[in-house]
Design a protein around this ligand. Structure first.
Ligand code: DX5
Ligand code: ZN
Length: 222
């Protein structure tokens, strides 16, 4: 099943609870929460307290994307806060196997995120340990950027490689996702779409999610 993850980065920060409840009502599959530390990326966003608060407000899995240096020091905090999925950046971890293993020891889904210019062959020694791969299709740090077109080839190569190895590891894409590019991305092999501005910058965010879900369901059943 193709999934939609609503990224609250583009929501009104004074109304995050409403945004999450709206996403749940619309049929979103995940709530994507971008954690930025002011070092790995220039911005600062949320901490574990927000994750813990949202955990009480929704039954949707919380997909926590750690855009932080030294992710190992943050993993236990987000596990305790109730993150269900935790992704770290390949570019930020000096001890990838150790960090991914730590997420799995906490019984959380372990994801590895790759920046647009990071080649997929760097996944070679770790891919079998992953529960999902997060392909950044913009440079991380901001919502509302344009999708980087060269990522189509990267995603389809990754999909072929995963299939060729007879693995079943979903590909999540993050950045510049819109209703208009979703079909091409589904053809590339995307399993999970993160969408921020394409939802929360719309006049009716609920309709944006419903349309994305309809498209996802059309391809999930075909
Ligand atoms: C960007 C974040 C994204 C962000 C995507 O660094 O990781 O999750 O919310 O925003 P859009 O969908 O607006 O490109
Ligand atoms: Zn993200």
């Amino acid at each position: 099943m193709i999934k939609i993850a609503a990224s609250i980065l583009s929501a009104d920060f004074t109304k995050i609870e409403e945004a999450v409840k709206m996403a749940e009502e619309a049929g979103a599959d995940l709530i994507h929460i971008d954690i930025m530390d002011g070092h790995f990326v220039p911005s600062l966003t949320f901490g574990p307290q927000l994750v813990a608060s949202l955990k009480k407000k929704t039954s949707l899995p919380l997909d926590v994307h750690l855009m932080v240096e030294n992710p190992r020091s943050f993993i236990p905090l987000f596990h305790e806060a109730g993150a269900d999925w935790i992704s770290i950046h390949l570019e930020a971890s000096a001890h990838l196997h150790k960090d991914i293993t730590l997420i799995k020891e906490f019984n959380r889904k372990a994801g590895l995120a790759l920046n647009p210019a990071t080649p997929i062959h760097l996944l070679n020694e770790i891919i079998k340990e992953l529960d999902y791969v997060l392909i950044m299709t913009v440079n991380p740090g901001w919502g509302g950027q344009e999708f980087i077109e060269s990522c189509h080839a990267k995603i389809s190569h990754l999909k072929n490689w995963i299939r060729g190895q007879k693995l079943d590891i979903p590909i999540e894409v993050d950045g510049g996702v819109k209703l208009e590019n979703m079909e091409d991305l589904i053809n590339d092999g995307v399993d999970i779409f993160v969408a921020g501005s394409a939802i929360f910058s719309e006049k009716k965010p609920i309709d944006a999610i419903i349309k994305m879900k309809q498209l996802a369901e059309k391809y999930s059943s075909s």
